[in-house]
Design a protein around this ligand. Structure first.
Ligand code: IMP
Ligand code: MG
Length: 182
């Protein structure tokens, strides 16, 4: 019998090996595209931490990283559409090649807000790398430059993604049993 957090998962959507293969591919692509440019990777806390930590180890270029925290959700599984900046960057991004690293784009409000906010600081370039996208849920248009996987409209957890701050430590992307949040 499974006594760990996996027992709350209805279905594995993306397994560990598939995740690692995709992250390796994204890291290689980013290394090629940013060769000689020393980009600043901006990780959106807290969901993108696991993705970022694997992604940077799949690159071989000089790069820096910084962190930003945004809040839109509370403990619900539905975006409120209201985005707040909870923690700002340490770095000055003016003139920098910025790559935003995010776990998932759902309605798009979070990324739209971040892009607007960061553009006012006049970076040289700004691009977006997202592990997961739910295209059917989009309300705000956002251009994603590097995408891991498109997924259906299901609430997923694991590999950094949470439900009420739990399940981030699952090593795969899974669908939470709906009875746990309904
Ligand atoms: P958006 O602003 O609606 O695009 O939502 C983006 C944020 O909502 C992400 O950074 C996640 O924190 C959260 N989110 C959206 N869908 C899911 C999901 O299926 N599982 C966990 N978090 C999610
Ligand atoms: Mg998030």
């Amino acid at each position: 019998m499974n006594v760990g957090i996996e027992r709350d998962i209805a279905e594995t959507l993306i397994g560990t090996e598939e995740l690692q293969a995709k992250v390796t591919e994204l890291g290689r692509q980013i290394s090629e595209d940013y060769r000689g440019r020393n980009p600043l990777l901006i990780c959106l806390l807290r969901g993108a931490v696991v993705f970022l930590s694997d992604l940077i180890r799949a690159t071989d270029i000089p790069l820096e990283m910084d962190f930003m925290a945004i809040s839109s959700y509370g403990d619900s599984t539905e975006s409120s559409g209201v985005v707040r900046l909870m923690m700002d960057l340490k770095s000055n991004i003016t003139g920098r090649d910025v790559l935003i690293v995010e776990d998932i784009v759902d309605t798009g409000h979070t990324l739209a807000y971040i892009l607007d906010n960061l553009r006012t600081r006049r970076p040289a370039d700004i691009k977006v790398c997202v592990l997961l996208s739910k295209p059917s849920r989009r309300e705000a248009p956002v251009e994603v430059d590097y995408l891991g996987f498109e997924i259906p409209d299901k609430f997923v957890v694991g590999y950094g993604l949470d439900y009420a701050e739990n399940y981030r430590n699952l090593p795969f992307i899974g669908v939470l049993k709906p009875e746990l949040y309904k």
